[in-house]
Design a protein around this ligand. Structure first.
Ligand code: UT7
Length: 326
């Protein structure tokens, strides 16, 4: 994977063109009302609360809603925090692997429901998608856009076989959104690395009309390696180390993956943003959910360095090093 990562990677560090200035002014989340606990699965599948909690870190998750509905809810909250009206938004990027329809893009429904103006499109890079979307949106400020909604929303329960204990207990539904505003005064994205290895497609995929198929152990192994290599490449390109990171916001697939990555990056557990205990794996939504909950809990201060890193089907990976604040 290293060679392919090198070929497909691009880090905005020393010697590379910098991304335009930007700031995160709003954040918001949405989770469906229906809570499904490990005990609920224990009652109908050959599994146990102890196995799920120990092997994944997940205790409960939320099922329900539509991708567009959850995206709109999260976006409204983010707009409110930012004090920005929907009609001021001129760019909407929605990261999802579970669009409401094949055509048109789910962002069309979100754009209409919110009353945004300007451009909107969906982006699918699986669970790495939110970081892809964030880097894309900030890059597009160079093209003249000035206020962006970047949303990660997924309804994975729709493509998960609820009779298959190896996946049913993992995947769930939710959304997270950020409002980004263009500004010359703040460098938000200090470095980034987006990549994939398409030869790993067979280890995690979902055909049209079918359920997700996953080689869990292989995904686990690859995920740790890809995330560490991607994060290390960004730290190295930006002249930073794990010690400089105030908050690590990883994709929320498995607590054991998060801990293994954090340990290799020299980050103690207290610096990881964790939500998977009550959200499960919500794919595109997991990183903005974790970031938003950390911001709501006032875990972030102006100037803090935030390391976001995701991986997913494809296999994709994406890391961004952000400087929080205005
Ligand atoms: O968003 C990106 C995509 N997903 C991921 O990142 C997931 C990555 N993979 C994982 O998180 C882990 O590999 C899993 C949580 C999926 C599985 O954990 P594991 O420790 O790798 O378990 P395993 O697949 O090696 O299975 C160990 C045993 C097996 O039984 P035998 O063959 O040893 O008798 C499984 O059948 O655990 C069994 N098992 C379960 N037992 C109780 C698998 N799922 C369950 C379950 N409850 N839900």
């Amino acid at each position: 994977m290293t060679a392919k990562q090198g070929a497909g990677a691009c880090s905005g560090g020393a010697g590379r063109p910098r991304l335009p200035g930007a700031t995160i002014t709003g954040w918001g989340t949405a989770l469906p009302d229906t809570v499904v606990t490990n005990a609920d699965f224990e009652a109908r599948l050959d599994t146990s609360d102890a196995w799920i909690a120990e092997r994944t870190g997940i205790r409960e998750r939320h099922f329900g809603g539509t991708t567009s509905g959850l995206a709109v809810e999260a976006a409204r909250r983010a707009l409110k925090v930012a004090g920005v009206e929907a009609e001021e938004i001129d760019l909407l990027v929605l990261s999802t692997t579970t669009p409401d329809k094949t055509v048109p893009a789910t962002s069309s429904a979100v754009h209409a429901e919110l009353g945004c103006r300007g451009a909107a499109f969906d982006l699918n890079a699986a669970c790495a998608g939110f970081v892809y979307a964030l880097v894309t949106a900030v890059s597009m400020f160079q093209a003249g856009f000035s206020k962006a909604l970047v949303i990660g929303a997924d309804t994975l329960s729709r493509i998960t076989d609820m009779e298959d204990r190896s996946t049913a207990v993992l995947f769930a539904d939710g959304a997270g959104a950020l409002v980004l505003e263009s500004t010359p005064d703040h460098e938000l994205v200090l470095g980034h690395d987006l990549g994939l290895d398409g030869s790993l497609l067979p280890i995690l995929y979902c055909d049209h009309g079918e359920y997700m198929k996953m080689e869990g152990k292989e995904v686990f192994r690859r995920a740790v390696r890809a995330t560490v290599e991607s994060a290390e490449s960004v730290l190295s390109a930006t002249g930073t180390t794990g010690d400089d990171i105030a908050l690590f916001v990883p994709h929320q697939a498995n607590k054991r993956i998060i801990d293994a990555v954090a340990q290799r990056l020299g980050l103690d557990e207290s610096r990881s943003a964790i939500v998977l205990d009550h959200t499960g794996n919500t794919s595109s939504a997991s990183i903005p959910l974790a970031l938003s909950e950390a911001a709501d809990a006032e875990r972030l201060n102006d100037g803090d360095l935030v390391l976001m890193s995701g991986f997913g089907a494809g296999m994709t990976w994406a890391t961004a090093l952000l400087r929080w604040g205005r």
